[in-house]
Design a protein around this ligand. Structure first.
Ligand code: GLN
Length: 587
């Protein structure tokens, strides 16, 4: 038997004469990185990502380097092909990775850009294992779920550890304990804890306490059974976080404690809260942050001065929640109006601006499928601004164009995002430039004036898959424009993209002559990235998805501009800054 602390050193590659299998990447330092593993029981959708990101934030405040990773059970390589109607929005990282919306939660909570190494699906794991098998990397061994597939999962975690030099990696396992598709992830985590040794891993079981209306009391049985199921996999939780509608009773916590061998101070209530941004405070009050440090024996790594400053800044932000001077309504036109998750980042971006500007922003969801020039005004009655968000396909596009026309002609603040930007160009081409046959070739391939067409460089690779322009790109701002002022008169900003179509450069001159200003462009190619109409109270569109880079302490300027313009429209006497100046508040 190999001695425990030499476990990693002894077999670092596949070996034919040992059953151990620990592929360890170059540069990996055992003991440098500790792991917090968050798993769900009872049901999915409990907010594992929220819990994990809030705890990670508390650790980051203490000066620790943190890195999250989400392990997804599905066989897709990334989330790019998932329908947002079923899975929520596709979140795009700076390096172009299309991933689960939880990665957005981490980016927002931690104020940190993530990359593809923070997102791992079963599809990635299996394709890598199968590739290695064909390559002969397993040296004649029969390739098995254990240890090879679990070995691949551990390899991914250790690669992230080596690359990020993190003190703490937060591993979030998708789905719930008991799902067949996630079982090997949990097994890999059990093995990881064994290989890394004592105090290397902290296991968190997030569970749910039922409170049936008819009974009027909290019931912990489902939670207990869920935790038992986890323990049957050989994993002893160190912490049980109880999601519930109301604060979890002492009795329910005691039952869970007895059942799970987890002391009461580590069975915590994580009940519903009005804002996710107050959850870090809830966790802090429960003392969980220090419990985790003690469990992982890294108390000596923390910087309390850093924590004090970071926490003060955070509280300045959370103190503003609910302190509203204004009330406005923003309409969001979109086809996934029945599933809010498909627009998660937009909702968060608006929330950041609302809190920052002291404004309660109500959202009105507007389905554009049946809208046209004669009924758009009715659908938009009472809104102080609109967002036309991104999307794919034909349905609802004419209704979006009708809403944009109404906004342009009636001085209604408007922000167009990606598809919304493209629709604004079509509307302008049709109704201002007189090109009545203007359209996008995504909608009508044979249209008379394809003002929006497939990207020239994407045409070449069409049909090969992966033909979208994805990820972070620099946007050069045109001096003297509204967008340039809004972003603080900087030459360029970095925004995230996910599109296949763009303004056909042939039409740019015509559009500009008619008054449309392209205030943001790609550095080297004629790709239009931000547009505005100067004599409108707020008419801005962007080919990017600025919502993906909005952060609670740093609201995204284009969203802040929209909310400021909406406030000005509803409260003309208010002292709110002009939209071009509003971002100064957050600098
Ligand atoms: N469907 C459009 C395109 O591919 C817009 C994409 C989007 O809104 N994300 O360019």
């Amino acid at each position: 038997m190999i001695e425990e602390n030499n476990l990693l050193a002894s077999v670092s590659e596949t070996s034919t004469d040992s059953e151990f299998f620990f592929p360890v990447p170059a540069g990996y330092k055992k003991g440098k990185t500790r792991f917090v593993v968050v798993m769900g029981t009872v049901m999915s959708g409990l907010g594992k990502g929220i819990f994990s990101s809030c705890l990670a934030k508390l650790m980051q405040d203490k000066g620790l380097k943190v890195a999250p990773i989400k392990l997804e059970g599905y066989l897709n390589i990334d989330s790019g092909t998932l329908n947002p109607f079923r899975h929520g929005e596709v979140f795009v990282l700076d390096d172009g990775m299309e991933c689960d919306m939880d990665l957005g939660t981490y980016e927002r909570m931690l104020g940190q850009n993530l990359s593809r190494s923070n997102f791992c699906t079963s599809g990635q794991i299996f394709s890598s294992v199968l590739h290695k098998e064909r390559h002969g990397d397993y040296l004649g061994r029969d390739v098995q779920l254990i240890p090879h597939v679990t070995g691949e999962v551990k390899l991914r975690l250790r690669e992230l550890a080596a690359k990020s030099a993190a003190d703490l990696i937060f591993v979030e396992i998708g789905g719930t304990v008991g799902d067949l598709e996630n079982a090997y992830f949990i097994e890999a985590m059990r093995e990881l804890a064994y290989e890394e040794g004592p105090n290397s891993c902290c296991f968190v079981a997030l569970t749910y306490i039922l409170e049936p209306q008819a009974l009027g009391e909290q019931k912990s049985k489902a939670a207990q059974l869920g935790i038992r199921q986890l323990m049957q996999t050989g994993v002893q939780p160190d912490i049980v976080a109880c999601r519930a509608k109301n604060p979890v009773s002492e009795t329910a916590r005691q039952k869970i404690s007895i059942y799970s061998n987890v002391p009461m101070n580590r069975v915590i209530s994580m009940h519903d809260s009005a804002s996710i941004y107050t959850i870090p405070a809830m966790l802090r009050e429960s003392g969980l942050d220090f419990e985790v440090l003690r469990l992982l024996k890294i108390e000596d790594r923390i910087d309390l001065r850093n924590e004090r400053k970071a926490w003060e800044k955070w509280c300045d932000f959370t103190d503003k929640i609910g302190q509203n001077k204004y009330d406005v309504t923003i309409g969001i036109t979109g086809k996934y109006t029945s599933v809010r998750d498909s627009y998660a980042s937009i909702i968060h971006a608006i929330e950041h601006c609302g809190i920052g500007l002291g404004c309660n922003v109500k959202l009105k969801w507007i389905d554009t499928t049946e809208l046209n020039d004669s009924n758009a005004a009715g659908a938009l009655a009472g809104v102080d601004g609109i967002i036309v968000p991104g999307g794919f396909g034909v349905r609802g596009t004419e209704g979006k164009i009708a809403c944009i026309k109404y906004a342009r002609e009636n001085n209604l603040p408007f922000l167009g995002i990606c598809l919304g930007f493209q629709m604004a160009v079509i509307e302008y081409a049709r109704n201002v430039c007189g090109l009545s046959g203007a359209n996008s070739t995504e909608i009508d391939v044979k249209c008379a004036d394809p003002v929006i067409d497939i990207l020239p460089e994407q045409k070449k690779i069409e049909g090969l898959g992966g033909n979208m322009r994805l990820g972070g790109n620099d946007v050069i701002l045109k001096q003297g424009t509204g967008a340039w002022e809004l972003y603080g008169k900087v030459d360029s900003v970095r925004l995230r993209f996910r599109h296949r179509y763009e303004v056909d450069p042939k039409y740019i001159e015509k559009l500009e002559k008619a008054g449309m200003v392209f205030s943001g462009k790609a550095p080297k190619q004629p790709i239009m990235q931000i547009l505005e109409i100067p004599d409108h109270p707020y008419f801005v569109g962007t080919q990017a998805h600025p919502c993906l880079t909005s952060r609670p302490l740093k609201p995204e300027p284009m969203f802040a501009g929209l909310v400021a313009a909406a406030i000005k429209r509803r409260f003309p006497e208010s002292d709110i800054e002009h939209w071009t100046k509003v971002n100064r508040r957050f600098e």
